[in-house]
Design a protein around this ligand. Sequence first.
Ligand SMILES: C[S@@+](CC[C@H](N)C(=O)[O-])C[C@H]1O[C@@H](n2cnc3c(N)ncnc32)[C@H](O)[C@@H]1O
Length: 207
Amino acid sequence: MHAADALQWLPANPLPLDAAVLTSLPDVVEFRHRDTQRWREWFLAAAELVVRSTPPTSAVVFYQTDVKRDGVWIDKAFLVQQAAAAAGARLLWHKVVCRAPAGQTTFARPGYAHLLCFSHTLRDAIEDATPDVLPELGGMTWARAMGLAAVRTAVAWLRDRAGARCLVDPFCGVGTALAVANAMGLRAIGVERNAGRAEKARQLRVE
Ligand SMILES: C[S@@+](CC[C@H](N)C(=O)[O-])C[C@H]1O[C@@H](n2cnc3c(N)ncnc32)[C@H](O)[C@@H]1O
């Protein structure tokens, strides 16, 4: 677990070849400036760096929830896809995770989150397909956490289909993905800029 800025840490620390990445980049409300255009540029650059840092024979999964701000829908799956294309990776799958039951109206955030998986060289054969619509997020360790059920799905895929033995989350928050990975038999490496959350990530354990 590293209490550091991922944008500096990733270029200086090549990931182990048996590592895959699962991460969730911060929303604009997590920045003091709250300027959507500045955040969008930061997000694109950060996502591209994450994809470029992923070992070429492995994969990276982004877990992102869109937001609605000032009457405009900010589609983070679209931003992640732009960043991955700039880094030369291909989309292997795109799942939606229900945050609310189908048919229910939601307001500031949509009723689903995205899980998108990219790789430079891996491919996902048609016969290996897994469900595209996940019925629930699962429990959350804090308000901005990834849902535990969604994380388990992503980690299982990275372990069983991408051969990962180590899980890296460079924006790990309180360490949800790292704790799930450990519980599922993988080593884990986390980076988090906020010292308090980095400390919580060192402690977090899940079943
Ligand atoms: C959406 S939250 C991740 C939550 C995490 N998936 C969890 O389950 O706890 C994004 C995290 O990125 C962290 N962060 C923001 N900028 C960062 C940077 N440059 N380097 C490392 N961490 C950063 C924030 O402090 C925040 O904890």
